[in-house]
Design a protein around this ligand. Structure first.
Ligand SMILES: [Zn+2]
Length: 248
């Protein structure tokens, strides 16, 4: 019986390890997705900044064209000035020239503002590109880490399952079934008993509890569990009680 209980306990430890690795492993796809999204956002930022820069440059070219056109008009009017015959015509052309001049003035002010903006976009874009290089490196490293973690976890799971199989083979099927039944219902099938640590005065220190549900165990049960000669289950949670001699 002692050997059976020891083997069930070994099985229990393997199952705990398996669950821990499995729980961690199922988060890998989500962690990969978060990583991809973060990297994609950085890429989008660069595209967005490039677009800002391009449209500012297009706008600037349009302003320069408008200035050229206004200058052409001024030239035309000035040529016409030489040929006018009446004062009225002369004043009319002068007013047109003034109008085009003030238009050029406004356009030049706009162009200066736009040049500042272009500078700013360019600086930001450079900054983003620099950040992107670091981000890319980080992304690749983390992605590789996640891929490695998946491979390693798969290997460990295979190994643990092999060990489980070996131990399962030497456990009588009816006990194995009982173990699996409790494990399916409770998550774990074995509960290690432990002595409660009393620091308060006036209390005895030979109170033992079930490691599965923390309920206090009757002294008679504790004695029996310690002997390791028969399978005893906790009356409260139904787990198989086990006395871990190495642990205590
Ligand atoms: Zn219990």
């Amino acid at each position: 019986m002692s050997e059976l209980l020891d083997n069930l306990y070994k099985l229990h430890l393997l199952d705990i390890k398996l669950k821990r690795i499995h729980d961690r492993m199922i988060t890998i796809p989500k962690r990969t997705e978060v990583l991809e999204q973060r990297f994609q956002r950085r890429k989008d930022e660069i595209v967005e900044h490039k677009e800002n820069l391009t449209s500012a440059e297009v706008e600037r070219k349009k302003i320069e064209l408008d200035i050229e056109q206004a200058e052409d008009k001024i030239n035309t009017y000035q040529n016409q000035l030489q040929k006018v015959k009446t004062n009225e015509e002369y004043r009319g052309l002068e007013a047109q020239i003034e109008f085009q001049k003030s238009k050029i003035n406004n356009l030049e002010t706009q162009e200066i503002e736009l040049l500042d903006k272009i500078d700013q976009y360019q600086d930001e874009l450079n900054e983003f590109k620099k950040r992107m290089e670091n981000e890319q490196q980080r992304y690749e490293q983390e992605k590789e880490k996640l891929e490695k973690e998946k491979i390693t976890s798969d290997q460990i799971i295979t190994e643990l399952n092999q060990q489980k199989q070996q131990i399962s083979q030497i456990i009588q099927p009816r006990f194995l079934k009982k173990y699996e039944r409790i494990r399916n219902a409770k998550g774990t099938a074995i509960a290690v008993i432990s002595e409660m640590d009393f620091n308060t005065p006036g209390t005895t220190n030979d109170v033992w509890i079930c490691g599965g549900c923390n309920s206090t165990l009757p002294p008679q049960i504790v004695e029996e569990v310690k002997m390791n000669t028969k399978m005893i289950t906790c009356e409260v949670c139904g787990r198989i009680l086990y006395y871990d001699r190495d642990e205590i």
